[in-house]
Design a protein around this ligand. Structure first.
Ligand SMILES: [Zn+2]
Length: 477
């Protein structure tokens, strides 16, 4: 019969620097005796002059303290693990000066794993992780990292909890709606694990503040939902030499990787340039399965913990693709691009840049800017509807959006069909075009203007503005 005895770091010097030993014995007392027979130097650290185990040494069989079992008579069986946990004499709190008894109990399922054990738990406690964004990805990632005992967790976010967040941002409760995300998240994380240090940054991550915030952390978790911040996080991590645990989600599909330029490719090696604005819809536009950020966030949390422990094969140089509908993972090999503008051999990007501009935001291609005379406010539309000259209201959203809410007497022609169904519209009548927030309808207005419709106008702010300012019974989505 062979039982594993884990030797704490403080005592390893008396046990030939072994972290564990396999011995046989029928109970805890016998095993300790056999241990000190094998390593005589250990004896005076474990036993007092009268041959009794010193009272500042606690012995655990698996995750139970033997004082609550049958003390040294506690029977052991093949496969059991004995942990020797020395504490500071007379103090019930600190163990090894680092973990309280409550912490030892809390992390017991880690401590009995040889891959983690006290040494790994200590690494977790000393580690720091920064979460950029407390949304779908940040929520589960933060909760698991807190539970696992990552000692210092930073969060960057500036948003307020919204009803539409609750479908996936599981760190928040219904009663948090309207509260700053940072405040609600900090409370929840402290509730999960009060031993942590939580640091909050109520700001948008920018080229001005990114290096200063990121440099205080060992690992950065990218939980962003937009391209400018994604490139900013990547570039800041490359410049600071930090690993960037990447995740992204859309509808039923997700991606994850670890971008660590010191050892592998970065995000720009994979995507040197962002897609033009509007080409790739965001989750706010295209939707996302509420569980999906859980799947991807778990991968990010796992990768972060592996990096901290220095165990396993990290996702460096690999892109994991997850398809929830097929329930399949695929893996692509990523190579470091020698011509990468930031981590390549001759980098052209040597400091943080203007990422909004880099991603084409605010440029011509991003937004169709209509002259004020081609726009109408929700108040003006309301006045027209109640008056005599009711305009034709054209809704260019998708049918499933039309099903959620609509403006009375509006007609649906999704933006993609406007061109081929243009004959259904009357050139001489006044047409007000709307969508969710005004972007798609602006494109339709531009097209119709060019097609000879002279009395067509865009509803500023879309149906969201209508819900806010005209009809509060219209649900916002
Ligand atoms: Zn690169």
């Amino acid at each position: 019969m062979s039982i594993k005895i884990l030797i704490p770091t403080a005592l390893r010097q008396y046990a030939q620097n072994r972290d564990s030993v396999e011995l046989s014995g029928k109970n805890a007392g016998e095993l300790l005796e056999n241990l000190t027979r094998e390593f005589p130097d250990l004896k005076k650290h474990l036993y007092d002059e009268d041959g009794k185990v010193r009272n500042f040494v606690n012995i655990y069989v698996n995750d139970d303290d033997i004082r609550y079992l049958q003390s040294y008579e506690t029977e052991v069986n093949d496969g059991d693990i004995i942990s020797i946990i020395p504490s500071v004499a007379g103090g019930a709190e600190a163990v090894n000066g680092e973990f309280s008894k409550a912490e030892i109990e809390r992390y017991s399922r880690h401590l009995i794993m040889p891959e983690v054990a006290m040494e790994g738990q200590r690494k977790l406690k000393r580690a720091s992780v920064l979460l950029v964004g407390m949304g779908g990805l940040g929520s589960p990632t933060a909760m698991y990292l807190a539970a696992a005992g990552v000692g210092r967790i930073g969060i960057v976010d500036f948003d307020v909890v919204d009803f539409s967040n609750l479908q996936r941002q599981i760190i928040f409760s219904t009663e948090d709606v309207g509260r700053p995300k940072l405040q609600a998240a900090e409370e929840r994380l402290q509730g999960i694990n009060p031993n942590l240090e939580i640091e909050t940054y109520e700001t948008r991550l920018t080229s001005e503040n990114a290096l200063k915030i990121l440099e205080n952390y060992d690992i950065i978790i990218d939980g962003t939902d937009n391209f400018p911040t994604r490139y900013l996080v990547n570039d800041a991590c490359v410049l600071l030499g930090k690993p960037n645990v990447y995740g992204s989600i859309f509808r039923f599909e997700g991606q994850a990787s670890v971008f660590y330029a010191k050892e592998g490719p970065c995000y720009r090696c994979l995507y040197p340039e962002p897609p033009p604005p509007g080409l790739v819809p965001s989750c706010a536009e295209g939707g996302v399965l509420g569980i999906l950020p859980g799947n991807i966030g778990m991968i990010q949390a796992t990768e972060a913990v592996k990096l901290i422990l220095g165990k396993g094969e990290p996702l460096i140089g690999r892109l994991l693709l997850f398809d929830a509908l097929a329930m399949k993972y695929r893996e692509l090999k990523l190579r470091k691009d020698p011509n990468c503008p930031i981590c390549g051999e001759n980098p052209t990007v040597t400091e943080l840049i203007d990422y909004e501009h880099f991603c084409g935001i605010g440029t011509e291609a991003d937004k169709i800017v209509l002259e004020p005379e081609f726009e109408i406010s929700v108040e003006e539309l309301k006045a027209k509807i109640t008056g005599e000259d009711t305009p034709f209201i054209l809704d260019v959203r998708e049918p499933h959006e039309f099903e959620i809410c609509r403006i009375p007497n509006s007609v649906l022609i999704p933006l993609a069909e406007v061109e081929k169904r243009v004959h259904e519209l009357e050139r001489s009548s006044e047409i007000v075009v709307h969508c969710k927030a005004g972007g798609r309808s602006a494109k339709a207005v531009k097209f119709l203007r060019e097609a000879g419709f002279e009395k067509v106008k865009n509803l500023k702010g879309g149906i969201l503005a209508w819900a806010d300012r005209i009809d509060p019974s219209v649900p916002k989505y």
